[in-house]
Write a protein that binds this ligand. Sequence first.
Ligand SMILES: [Zn+2]
Length: 444
Amino acid sequence: MKRVNQFDVRPRSEKEREVFKRWLDASASLWNETNYARRQNFLEDDKNVWDADTGSLEGKYKGVLSSSVVQQIIRKNSEAWRSFFSSNKYHAGKLDEKPSPPGYWGNEEDGRVLRTYVRNDQYTIEYGKRSRLEVPIGSELKDELGLNRNQRLRVEVAGDPKWSGEQNRLEIVYDELAETFRAFQPVTVDDSRLDSPLASEEAALDVGANNLVACTVSTGSQLLYEGRSLFEQFRETTERIAYYQSLLENQRESSKRIDRLYRKRTNRRDHAQDSLVRELVERLYDEGVSTLYVGDIKGVLSTHWSPHVNEKTHNFWAYRRFIDRLEDVCEEYGITVEGESEAWTSQECPKCGEREETIRQEDSLTCPCGFEGHADLVASESFLRQQNNAVRPMARPVYLKWNNNEWREHHNPPSVAVETTANEEYTDQSTTTSENIALGDSDD
Ligand SMILES: [Zn+2]
């Protein structure tokens, strides 16, 4: 069984920090070059992605990254391509949308995602009064820091290891928003009690607009991840971008400030999304879930949502990215993700099965038979029941809210009355006022 320890990585000086950043940046650059070469080959009929010349890239990057890190990045990219090819085969004729080839780390708008991977036997973490991490860097960087050839870069780490066991490949990411380096250390935990052979529960997700994820587990548990404040922040940043854009003489241009806002917006969303996925999957794992149902992408983007809500989920919640992350993390925990049609689930009364006469209004679903419930939770429950007859009676839902750092449990459900007003605002983009923007111009 795999579990993940998370740490903050703290370089001890400005110089070390700068070197560390370059190390991650070169890793991202290597990933992108490797991926580009393979994508080029992929597009040619008579070429093969595995023939791309990664040897010359190795030569180019090992001075900064060290050979072992170079090999890890290329290997990680190979894994991504293999998984793309196998999902292509698997989904043939099943999904309406073909999976796309592995993507780049970052994009033109937001810049590169600073990230790297270190092989399991190439790093050490020591815990204690002064917890520290040692990683391999290339000779060029060693020279700059005055390290000798046999030394590795040593940095401080903060955070408690939740899990112990055999260490796997380490992932390090720079969180631009928090200006922090984070390390993720998967460990194989040797605990056969937790690794239950009875893990045969199932769960279903409803991915929504106001509530990012509603989930029902066959054990009777329900989870609701509330996304309103997160979306408010996203929208506020979007407004600020529009405002600064309007100040530019040539509106096709951008500025450093605008670029920074874009990056901030994306990083903030990604941070919340990644945390949500991990927090959710750990809970499902603890419940003994072995299969997780999600709506297939076409269904998700066409069903009950209005065009505005659709756009919101697309741009803001980045559904495709969300599913990719979910699949990755589920794989880590041995949970299978299945895409299924969730037709009708958002309109079906769980009590009497009525579909035509139910009324869905914002977060509530009401039925002439007298049933009233939370629309997204009901949808995830109906979705699960379509796949699995053995769903137990529902317990009280767990509500989770994002506090800009982690998802926290809240005792009270989100208020329906407030939601109605907030939701109307979403659909009216014209209410944007420059006054709000000027006042809201804090450095968040
Ligand atoms: Zn009913």
